[in-house]
Structures are given as structure tokens and as C-alpha cells.
Write a protein that binds this ligand. Structure first.
Ligand SMILES: C[S@@+](CC[C@H](N)C(=O)[O-])C[C@H]1O[C@@H](n2cnc3c(N)ncnc32)[C@H](O)[C@@H]1O
Length: 517
């Protein structure tokens, strides 16, 4: 019976808004976690119907042993919708069983009223935007190569498909291509699986060989593109839980312990608990070039000996999180077919999304967040050697995105440091959705900005910008790895073309009676 009390307690905490579904379930002792999670999620799926059944049967009024609505919900769930109550015969179980016939007939009545052919039709409608986000898997190249990972998945029966397309997302959502996976077209080392793919218990995940990270969340580190030379010193100013930090580490080949600076990547996290998570994640990802610092980034002195040579800073500060669509959040909404509060009725265009907000409720909170985000950028721009600053959020609000960037460009720190927005060519040029021109002082600047829209881009909502210092920097000091990779690809292509040309010439020569040397 303890298991039902545990599940009821999770529901109580959710009612009290003490955290997200994932977060609260994460606090349940590990031995019970999976089972409790399944019961909580299934109960939430049917909560409106189960509550109606309980009300109609007047169960709580008649049975004093059932001490709370949430305890009744989990028990009635198992009684009516699963394989019965999984507990020995105690007074609580007996109290529910006494009402079995009544509860069942109330459920049947609801089904008839709603014209539902099966009980499944009584479940809440899921958020289709979340269902269309593939399960993204970043191969942790600190441990192994993408090719090795691909081979491993193929050996497990997954089939490697061509490049990701809208069609593939649709196939994923309708579970047609359940054993397929693909390589991402924008982020190397990122793989896409059908949305329902469960990998959080997989040994590859537990060993840190794969990181479960949304595609959009890979953009900031990729765009910051830290070099692998020893001289580069990088700060991740807001690091926990550490997905972007471990991505930075992988892009730097886990290298860079330059003397006298022992560590190449400083990862700041001010929250003590989250700092613990950060350390666990970095150790699991086998990152060795990182010094994790449990401190507020704003308290660092840019001229401190350790930081004076910082060249790259990643800022992914706390934000409203309004871009996150998650496969579970819809379960906490009150209506049967509702979407999260900030959201809109599909089709979810950006304008619809923003119009759907409750401006009065959000305005003050957004302004506070925006002021803090701007302070972080201004502080980052004070580091004397910094060449690149990436600023990102998982928000869809212009107030936290374009407006913060617009304000940052107007600041004294930006002007004194000769920073500007990097051109589109340096900021994921092939990504189509850019910033909102009408929200910028110079509309063309929106081309420098990357936006992601949930429901349309097969990612969560996201925003990324890159500030670069205008002053010329010696080649090699901060030449970004993306440009370098592109350059290497082009060089390889030219070499290939040249070799093919030579081969053709030789062949022609041989045919003409000339001898190849
Ligand atoms: C959006 S989360 C970062 C997510 C992280 N970049 C990742 O991808 O895993 C923001 C984090 O920054 C931390 N934070 C916020 N302000 C900070 C500050 N001034 N200094 C250090 N950490 C800060 C928060 O506690 C939170 O853990």
C-alpha cells in the first residue's frame, strides 16, 4: 500500500506546484521510482475522468479511511483502468473495493455520455508539438565517435534513414518508422530517433556515451565554437545541469590544460543543489578539462588573473522557459484538451504564441528576467580578452530575446568593448528561422539571430545570439571550429577533385599511349 501513498504524495506536491512532474518523481527513492512514475503519469492522463467518477460515487464522503482525493485517484485508477489494486488486503483496499460496482458504473456512464468507444478515448489529448519532437541523442565524442555510435545502434536493429525531414517527424509521431534513426543535418554528432524512444535507462546513457539533449539546446555551444588550442579559455557562466558544458568539452576534444591556467573551461553554477547535478553530469560525460565553480558568475572579477585570458563565454541564463514543450506538462492542465498556458491553438505561429500570453500576468516577471539577462551579458563583455559571447534562452518571448540583445548593443560595455552581432554566416547560416526584425533597432540584425519554434521546427522553443569583438584577432586564436571544419571539408573536396582530375588525365594519357609516372 506504501506505493499508493507515495504516488499520492507526488500528486499532492504537483497540486502544490512544488516542481515539475519529472523533478518531483526524481525525488522518489530509486527502488520505487519507475513504478511510481508510471502510476502518476497514467493517473494524470485520466485525472479529469477519475475525479468525476469519485465525485459521482461520493467515495470520499463515505470512506474515512481514504484520507485524500489523490490517494483515491491512484487507487481507483488501478481498480478501473489497470489490473486491480496491487496491495495486500488492508482497510484502505477494502474501503475502495466496497464501491467497485458503483465506481465502474459511473465510469461506463461517462463513456456513454462522451460517446467514447474505449476507455483510452477518455484520456487527455497530448500536446502534439511535443509528440513531434524527435528523441535527440548527442553522441558524446569525448568517449567514442559518432560512427561507432551509429554502428552500435544499427547492431541493435535500428535502421539509419536519410536526412531528417518533416515526413520523418510525422512518421515518428505515428510510430510508423519506430526502428529508424537519422543523423541531424545541422549538428554533427546529433542523432534523431522516434519521439517515444526510451533511452534514459540505457547503458549508453548511464555510461555517458550518449547525452539526451534537444537539438536547439545544442546550438549555443556549436555556435560559440570554442577552439581546441591551449590558449583558449572558455566560461560557461550558467552551467547546470551541464549539457552545454559537456558539449563544449567535446567540441574542445576534452583538451586544453594550458599552463599556467590548468583548466580550459570554467563552469559556473550558483545553486548548490544544481551544482551537485552539474558535477555528476560532467563526471558521467568524462569531462577532464573543466573546473566547476559553485559561485555566482556576476561576482567574478573579469581582471582576476584566472579569467583575464578568457576568450569565449556561453551565457544560457535562467529564463521563463516558455519555449519548452514537454511530453508531460499537458498532464497538469485543467481542461481535457488544453495546452500550456502561454501556448496557443494550433497552428502555433510565433504571432499566435505571443498574442496568447496573458500580458499583465507575465509582464513584470519577464521584465525582471530580462534585466538580469542583460546584466549577465554586460558582465561577460567586461572580460578583457573575450572574443565571443553567446547568449541563449529557451524562451519564445521577444522581451527575453531580441529586446535583451537590442539593449545589450546599446550599452557602454558593448561600445567600449567594440562588440557587434556576428553575421548570419557565423550563426548557423542554414537554419531558416531567424530573429524578429520588428523587435530590433536595425531590422537586418534579426538575420544574425536564431529562433526555434515548437510545433514547427521539431525542437523546443529557443533563441541564440552571438556577440563578437570587432577588433581583428590573430588567425588561429579564435578561428572557430565550425569555420575550420567547413574549411577542412572544402579543402578535402578540392583535393578529391584534383585527384579525380589527375586520375582522369592519367587514364586518358594511358589510352593515348602515354605512360603514367
Ligand atoms: C537555463 S539553466 C542552464 C542550463 C545549462 N546551460 C544546460 O544546458 O544544461 C540556468 C542555470 O544558471 C544558473 N544561474 C543563474 N544565474 C547564475 C549566475 N549569476 N551565476 C551562476 N549560475 C547562475 C541557474 O541556477 C541555472 O542552473
Amino acid at each position: 500500500m506504501n506505493f499508493y501513498f507515495e504516488a499520492a504524495s507526488v500528486l499532492d506536491k504537483l497540486n502544490a506546484k512544488q516542481g515539475s512532474i519529472k523533478g518531483i518523481i526524481g525525488t522518489v527513492p530509486e527502488r520505487n521510482r519507475k513504478r511510481t512514475a508510471a502510476l502518476v503519469v497514467e493517473t494524470l492522463k485520466y485525472r479529469p475522468v477519475l475525479a468525476e467518477v469519485l465525485d459521482a460515487a461520493k467515495l470520499l464522503r463515505q470512506e474515512k479511511k481514504i484520507t485524500s482525493q489523490n490517494l483515491a485517484l491512484v487507487l481507483v485508477h488501478d481498480l478501473l483502468l489497470a489490473n486491480g489494486i496491487q496491495a495486500g488486503d488492508g482497510p484502505v483496499k477494502q474501503a475502495i473495493l466496497r464501491h467497485k460496482t458503483r465506481l465502474n458504473s459511473e465510469l461506463q456512464r461517462i463513456k456513454i455520455r462522451r460517446g467514447a468507444r474505449s476507455t483510452k478515448e477518455l484520456a487527455r489529448a497530448a500536446d502534439v508539438r511535443a509528440e513531434r519532437i524527435p528523441r535527440y541523442v548527442r553522441v558524446n565524442t569525448t568517449c567514442w565517435s559518432t560512427e561507432e555510435a551509429v554502428k552500435t545502434f544499427i547492431s541493435r536493429g535500428y535502421q539509419l534513414s536519410g536526412p531528417f525531414e518533416e515526413k520523418y517527424a510525422a512518421a515518428c509521431a505515428s510510430r510508423l518508422n519506430i526502428s529508424g534513426f537519422a543523423k541531424d543535418e545541422h549538428i554533427c554528432d546529433l542523432l534523431l530517433f522516434p519521439p517515444d524512444t526510451q533511452l534514459s535507462d540505457d547503458s549508453l546513457y548511464r555510461e555517458g556515451k550518449i547525452i539526451l539533449q534537444d537539438k536547439a539546446s545544442c546550438f549555443p555551444s556549436y555556435i560559440l565554437a570554442p577552439p581546441t588550442q591551449d590558449r583558449a579559455v572558455v566560461i560557461d557562466a550558467t552551467a547546470a545541469p551541464g549539457n552545454k558544458t559537456s558539449h563544449l568539452c567535446a567540441l574542445m576534444n576534452n583538451q586544453g590544460k594550458a599552463s599556467p591556467i590548468r583548466f580550459c573551461l570554467f563552469a559556473f553554477e550558483r545553486d548548490r543543489k544544481r551544482f551537485g547535478t552539474l558535477k555528476t553530469m560532467l563526471s558521467r560525460a568524462r569531462c577532464q578539462n573543466i573546473e566547476a565553480v559553485n559561485a555566482d558568475f556576476m561576482t567574478t572579477s573579469p581582471n582576476d588573473g584566472r579569467f583575464a585570458s578568457v576568450t569565449h563565454i556561453l551565457l544560457d541564463p535562467s529564463c521563463s522557459g516558455s519555449g519548452i514543450v514537454n511530453r508531460l506538462d499537458y498532464l497538469l492542465e485543467s481542461g481535457l484538451h488544453s495546452y500550456p498556458q502561454w501556448s496557443c491553438t494550433p497552428p502555433c505561429t510565433l504571432t499566435n504564441l505571443i498574442e496568447a500570453e496573458n500580458p499583465e500576468e507575465n509582464e513584470e516577471r519577464l521584465q525582471k528576467l530580462a534585466s538580469f539577462q542583460l546584466l549577465m551579458i554586460r558582465h561577460a563583455m567586461k572580460f578583457p580578452s573575450v572574443q565571443r559571447v553567446v547568449y541563449s534562452t529557451c524562451s519564445v518571448h521577444a522581451a527575453e530575446n531580441e529586446h535583451v540583445v537590442r539593449e545589450a548593443l546599446r550599452t557602454q560595455e558593448c561600445k567600449a568593448g567594440k562588440f557587434r552581432l556576428a553575421p548570419r554566416s557565423m550563426v548557423l547560416p542554414t537554419w531558416q528561422r531567424r530573429g524578429l526584425p520588428e523587435e530590433m533597432d536595425t531590422p537586418d540584425d534579426a538575420e544574425s539571430l536564431v529562433r526555434c519554434l515548437p510545433g514547427e521546427d521539431a525542437t523546443n522553443g529557443f533563441f541564440v545570439s552571438l556577440f563578437v569583438r570587432e577588433s581583428p584577432v590573430p588567425e588561429g586564436d579564435h578561428q572557430n571550429t565550425v569555420t575550420k571544419r567547413k574549411f577542412q571539408d572544402e579543402t578535402a573536396q578540392k583535393d578529391n577533385d584534383r585527384r579525380q582530375g589527375e586520375r582522369r588525365k592519367r587514364k586518358k594519357g594511358t589510352t593515348n599511349g602515354e605512360h603514367a609516372t
